[in-house]
Design a protein around this ligand. Structure first.
Ligand code: PLP
Length: 635
């Protein structure tokens, strides 16, 4: 069995290359391998080397690993793909993109993106006041754009106008007519010429999870009537020249290229008509939505996309050009607000499996005893009874188990008898499952044995902190052991987290080109650290987590590729995860007070002679150490 398994089978099963976007693959040694820099595909890093170094430095799992080279590569690829398409199409405008920081506001991420984007004048987008304050401080490039979306109050607008004083290209995107009413007097008072954008509510109905981001009932954006009213208003204020940008965003993770084409057509047509009316628009901002193929199926499922980045970019550039040429208006500069596509690949969560919950995992001695109940004897007859038809054997076992439960409730069966019955029942099921011929038809109930017998692997993490969308919207994220991929995975299992919440589990796995409720993983060996990676967590998942059960933020490890270093990488920085103390403080606890109360209790027992004095000191110290320690399991 073992020898017939190769890394090609592992690739087939976990689909690493299909979702890996050229960055991830399985190495000859059976470890996940990555080539983080698109310009140097020969510089490869072994994930296990990275994890081993993390552990050697005494860092506990779980951890977020950030591959900064992937982040930079994604910025370069997007900008260069646009540049290439613009050259090929003889398009007269420029591409001048922005990164929407809501997708990942981590300072290190934003800094890296700004740095990698500098040659392209790549800017930032903000959607709230705190985000605006962050982008003001981090996007100092006077040639890059700062796009300001979201609902705004006077402070938000004032900050944006301050940005204009600082010679920044800050574009205030009007989401509601009332924002313009607020902006006009403010701009006059502060004597600043604002750059104004108009966000259009689109007629195209997008598909998928974010379908409600477009259409008449969309939460954001202006109807055509409102846009025309705004233009009249700007004209009457002699401010029409401030209207620089037309914006739309029809939703995130757009899985179908046809919706994108439709939106581009609608947006470009609107742009052209407004320009013909004398609105001096310079930019057309097509929003975000560039999808990620999380499940590796290249399809229109919610977790995939049926197009490549090249195709997306070409559809935008050629689509806008065609309409502008027909309408005889200048080609606008193109802005996009891709967030997910920039950040998803660069980070992953690595964690260890700390236990297994298996229905067949614990066994009770099942040997026959004098005077045992007939139900126990009956069940024993089914053990090793391969001669009985599987369905019949299953029916009998299930029926004895049900009778046993009734008998237990009536006080007829003892606890040891119940334990025997249970042990035998699961043995029989596992035996039936093994005997089934996978390729021929099996009855529905027998087909479900796979799920019934699947183990649950206990992962040292909280999905509410690290993979919020798997719980909230059924997002699929690739989950793969980072090593042993040259070994046949023998255990079918699903993963559950360590929160005390039944929802704290992962129930969607990539298995070949299908999504399954459980997948094969490797047998856990005693004393071996089985480390699993959850990939493509760099967009939204990194920053949306909550503190359910008071599990805090993960330790972060920042990795850079470097071909002179052993293993072609080095760990540039480790940002410690949230301590128990910090999490408790956020919830308004005073941890000094808590430590004092516990110490007092210990002292009282010391005085009474129940705890020895030195032991008391050790207990006190231990409590304090735990406060300073991680919120996750120490293994
Ligand atoms: C969320 C959002 C984005 C980012 O969308 P992605 O799908 O992550 O690219 C861009 N623009 C606006 C206005 C948004 O709300």
């Amino acid at each position: 069995m073992q020898s017939s398994w190769s890394i090609d089978d592992a690739e087939e099963l976990y689909g690493v290359k299909r979702w890996g976007a050229g960055y991830f693959s399985i190495g000859e040694n059976g470890n996940i391998q990555l080539a983080p820099n698109h310009r140097y595909p020969d510089v490869t890093i072994d994930m296990k080397d990275v994890v081993d170094e993390i552990l050697a430095e005494g860092i506990q799992l779980p951890a977020v690993i950030r591959f900064h080279d992937i982040l930079r590569s994604q910025v370069e690829i997007l900008n260069e793909t646009f540049q290439q398409a613009i050259d090929n199409a003889d398009y007269n405008g420029k591409y001048i993109g922005v990164f929407p920081i809501k997708v990942n506001q981590m300072r290190e991420v934003v800094e890296e993106i700004i740095d990698a984007g500098e040659p392209y004048n790549y800017g930032l987008e903000a959607g709230s006041k705190p985000e605006l304050m962050a982008v003001m401080a981090y996007n100092e490039n006077p040639n890059a754009l700062t796009i300001l979306n979201g609902y705004k109050d006077e402070d938000y607008l004032t900050l944006a106008l301050l940005g204009r004083h600082l010679q920044r290209k800050m574009i205030i995107v009007i989401e509601k007519y009332s924002e313009l009413e607020m902006l006009i007097p403010l701009a006059r008072k502060l004597n600043v010429e604002p750059m104004i954008g108009l966000r259009s509510k689109m007629m195209v109905k997008s598909a998928g999870k974010w379908a409600s981001s477009s259409g008449d009932r969309a939460k954001f954006g202006l109807s055509i009537t409102e846009i025309l009213n705004i233009i009249e208003r700007l004209k009457s204020e002699d401010m029409l020249h401030c209207a620089k940008l037309l914006h739309f965003h029809i939703g995130s993770q757009l899985s179908d290229i046809r919706k994108i084409k439709e939106a581009v057509t609608e947006g470009a047509r609107l742009y052209a008509k407004l320009v013909q009316m004398g609105v001096p628009l310079e930019y057309l901002d097509i929003g975000g939505g560039l999808g990620i193929d999380y499940d590796g199926t290249s399809s229109t499922t919610d977790s995939s996309r049926n197009y490549s980045t090249e195709e997306y970019v070409a559809d935008v550039v050629y689509g806008v050009k065609q309409i502008c040429d027909l309408e005889e208006v200048p080609h606008p500069n193109l802005v996009s607000e891709s967030g997910r596509a920039i950040t998803a690949h660069h980070s992953c969560v690595v964690t260890n499996i700390v236990g297994e919950i298996s229905p067949t995992g614990t066994q009770f001695d099942i040997s026959a005893e004098d005077g045992e109940h007939i139900l126990v004897a009956n069940m024993r007859e089914l053990v090793n009874a391969e001669e009985i038809h599987p369905q019949e054997r299953y029916n009998d076992a299930a029926s004895f188990k049900a009778s046993a439960y009734e008998a237990f409730k009536l006080g007829i069966l003892s606890l040891p008898e119940m334990a025997k019955l249970d042990t035998m029942y699961w043995q029989i099921l596992a035996d039936i499952h093994q005997s089934l011929d996978r390729d021929s038809f099996v009855f529905q109930e027998l087909a479900e044995l796979e799920d019934m017998l699947a183990s649950q692997y206990l992962a040292n993490m909280s999905i509410f902190q690290s993979a919020a969308d798997t719980w909230a919207i059924g997002q699929v994220l690739p989950i793969v052991p980072i090593s042993r991929l040259n070994e046949k995975p023998q255990v079918r299992c699903s993963m559950v987290d360590i929160t005390c919440d039944s929802d704290g589990k992962l129930s969607k796995y990539i298995e070949g080109t299908e999504i399954s409720e459980n997948i094969p993983m490797h047998t856990l060996k005693k004393g071996d650290n089985y480390v699993v990676g959850m990939f493509l967590t760099g967009a939204y998942q990194d920053v949306m987590g909550d503190m359910h059960n008071l599990f805090g933020r993960l330790t972060e490890v920042h990795v850079y590729a470097h071909d002179d270093e052993p293993g072609d990488f080095y760990i540039e920085e480790v940002v410690p995860g949230t301590s128990a103390e910090k999490v408790l403080t956020t919830m308004q606890y005073n941890t000094d007070y808590m430590a004092k109360v516990v110490k007092k209790s210990i002292d009282r027992q010391v005085r009474k002679g129940n705890i020895a004095p030195r032991e008391g000191v050790r207990w006190t110290d231990f409590y304090e150490q735990c406060l300073a320690g991680s919120t996750y399991l120490k293994v």
